[in-house]
Design a binder for this molecule. Structure first.
Ligand code: BT5
Length: 324
């Protein structure tokens, strides 16, 4: 497969933007002309934009926009976020690498980015689909001096930073669903996974994983995700420059994080509430302990969700899957 792929890409590269006839391609690959579309589809999935014209053949209109360390660094206006970039084409999970780097003493603001994850994960070891060239699969390492029980606030802070960045770059208006989802038109476009390296009373590092669907087309999503997931491009109708979006996320995150360390969670909480969709609505919260129904009153000063049950009792929810 990879051999065919590189042959094909080489041929297109030699053609320098001109059309390659179907006959030429089938000779080159040693496949039938009707089998060509399969290989084209492979390329398309990797982010190549292809044009097929009757009688003339095929050509590459646009190469996938790749995200490399260089492209992110160029024009990045942060003090520390993203000043160290660990970039790889393919990884198991950027979280895994970030944990290792954090253990080895990586500086605050170090980020790990990959074009593809083959074992991308969500909460509770759920799968996070992370196909090549279409998303932002990134883990950020920070080292805040805060008590353990305040670390869930960082998930909320990250959500605000990402929403602000998406608004700035695309003009879309995403919503936040407590605790770790960002939705556009009711479908999930971002998932956040916050993990800790800590002792009983001390945080060594916080590793914040962000999975952002950017340039997938609707039909690229797995059957089981089609009804619940979307991408920025699918919603806006336009391809989005991932490097630019990453830069905006890093700068927004840095600003909010510094404000948070200076002034605490209050200002972040206000912003968060302005983007949240689940507040004052009837929700169902599935927790590991069981399922609760009631009205989402809001979050408390720690970032914990307050839910008022039918009997009027107020329950604190630390972690859950929420249905609205
Ligand atoms: C999350 O978990 O939403 C956290 C996802 C964090 C992913 C990032 S990518 C960079 C870093 N490296 C990693 O390995 N992970 C982080 P959770 O709330 O548990 O949601 C998981 C659920 O979302 C799955 O069970 C699916 O239903 C759905 N899902 C999986 N892949 C998706 C995708 N690409 N887009 C939207 N929904 C998806």
């Amino acid at each position: 497969q990879t051999e065919i792929r590189s042959k094909l890409l080489e041929a297109f590269s030699n053609a320098e933007g001109e059309f390659l006839s179907g006959q030429k391609i089938s000779d080159l690959l040693g496949c039938s002309r009707t089998a060509i579309w399969k290989h084209m589809e492979e390329l398309r999935k990797e982010g190549y934009e292809l044009e097929a014209v009757r009688r003339r053949g095929y050509r590459i209109k646009r190469k996938p926009d790749k995200v490399s360390g260089n492209e992110i660094s160029l024009g990045l206006h942060t003090q520390f976020m993203g000043r160290n970039i660990h970039f790889e084409e393919e990884v198991t999970s950027t979280q895994k690498i970030a944990h290792k780097l954090a253990n080895a003493g990586a500086k605050e603001g170090t980020i790990v980015i990959a074009e593809q994850q083959i074992e991308g994960r969500g909460r509770l070891a759920r799968v996070w689909y992370s196909p090549k060239y279409t998303g932002i699969w990134m883990s950020m390492i920070i080292r805040p001096k805060i008590p353990l029980n305040q670390t869930p606030q960082l998930t909320l802070l990250t959500a605000v930073a990402i929403v602000q960045a998406i608004e700035k770059v695309t003009g879309l208006f995403p919503d936040i669903k407590w605790p770790n989802d960002i939705l556009i038109n009711g479908k999930k476009v971002v998932g956040i996974l916050t993990e800790l390296q800590a002792e009983a009373d001390q945080v060594h590092s916080v590793i914040i994983g962000t999975g952002i669907n950017v340039n997938q087309r609707r039909e690229d999503f797995h059957e089981d995700l089609k009804s619940i997931a979307t991408s920025i491009a699918a919603e806006s109708g336009e391809k989005c420059d991932r490097s630019l979006l990453i830069q905006e996320i890093l700068i927004h995150f840095e600003n909010l994080y510094e404000q948070y360390l200076r002034s605490g969670f209050k200002p972040i909480k206000l912003l968060w509430e302005s983007y949240a969709i689940s507040l004052n609505k009837e929700i169902v919260a599935k927790t590991l302990q069981g399922t609760l129904k009631g009205k989402a009153l809001g979050i408390d000063d720690e970032g914990i969700l307050l839910l008022q049950t039918g009997e009027g009792k107020i329950e604190k929810i630390y972690s859950a899957d929420i249905k609205i």
